[in-house]
Design a binder for this molecule. Structure first.
Ligand SMILES: [Cu+2]
Length: 263
């Protein structure tokens, strides 16, 4: 037999069953579902995948959107791995039905066994391409920070006087989405660590990966590559060093800085 696609109850991440795809000789196959999507909306597609000796020339076990091919594709899980979360974020270019694949093989043939569980497709908070009229008010000060390749912000310190109105232009020049979240002094480590756990949390993408424990002073949404967002807010009236970070899981250790508020 070339390959088998079945639901199994023995190996599950959560719930009662998972989907198992296996092949002894090597195959490029998928189990798929058809879903209606809106146009121009950003979606997060994720699942948990477990693998047992997945080998061969294919990408392994992964998810993708058939119509978007490698534009909407998670990483491939190969070799032997316990349950691991995979995720891809994509913008659906035109309304209509798309096909979500649980892919085994993928641009090549794979053999071995893979389990898929908790597959989810979520609509994300809209991305603001242009400056939204967050506030029409006059600001006292304008600053700019870019997200740059290498998981970095172009500046790691910003200065502002307490109580002033600030427009902070966040320009994402990198090739993946990022945000900028300013939080209460002394909370960088606890918020950062909480973001590490968010990849696995349902609804995390919809919250822009801002953990619940964060005391947010101001935040941008996740900003797409090549776009910018103007964050208009009042600088805290208390002086201090307010950390800022990108809360996308795994980014906080590098994407960080401080807003230094002076009296
Ligand atoms: Cu980031």
């Amino acid at each position: 037999m070339e390959h088998t696609i079945e639901t199994v109850s023995k190996s599950v991440k959560t719930g009662k069953s998972s989907l198992r795809i296996s092949s002894e000789g090597g195959h490029d196959t998928s189990a798929y579902a058809s879903v209606q999507l809106k146009s121009g909306v950003r979606y997060s597609l994720s699942a948990w995948i477990k693998a047992d000796r997945v080998e061969g020339g294919g990408k392994g076990a992964l998810l993708n959107v058939h119509e978007l091919q490698q534009k909407a594709m998670t990483k491939g899980i190969r070799k032997t791995h316990d349950w691991q979360k995979v995720e891809t974020v994509f913008v659906n270019p035109s309304a209509g039905r798309i096909t979500v694949n649980c892919l085994f093989g993928g641009w090549g043939r794979s053999k071995g066994k893979a389990w898929f569980d908790d597959i989810s497709l979520n609509e994300m908070v809209p991305i603001y391409k242009e400056i939204e009229k967050v506030e029409n008010r006059k600001v006292d000060l304008t600053l700019a920070v870019d997200a740059i390749p290498g998981l970095l912000f172009s500046k790691t310190s910003l200065m502002a006087k307490s109580g002033k109105w600030l427009k902070l232009t966040f320009n994402n020049t990198d090739n993946m989405p990022h945000n900028l979240v300013i939080i209460a002094p002394g909370t960088y480590d606890s918020v950062g660590q909480a973001t590490d756990l968010m990849m696995a949390k349902p609804g995390a993408a919809a919250r822009n990966y801002v953990p619940k424990n964060a005391k947010v002073i101001a935040q941008t949404p996740m900003v797409l590559p090549g776009t910018k967002y103007d964050l208009v807010f009042q600088v805290p009236t208390q002086k201090g060093n307010y950390p800022f970070l990108c809360t996308f899981p795994g980014h906080w250790r590098l994407m960080k800085g401080e807003l230094i508020v002076q009296p």
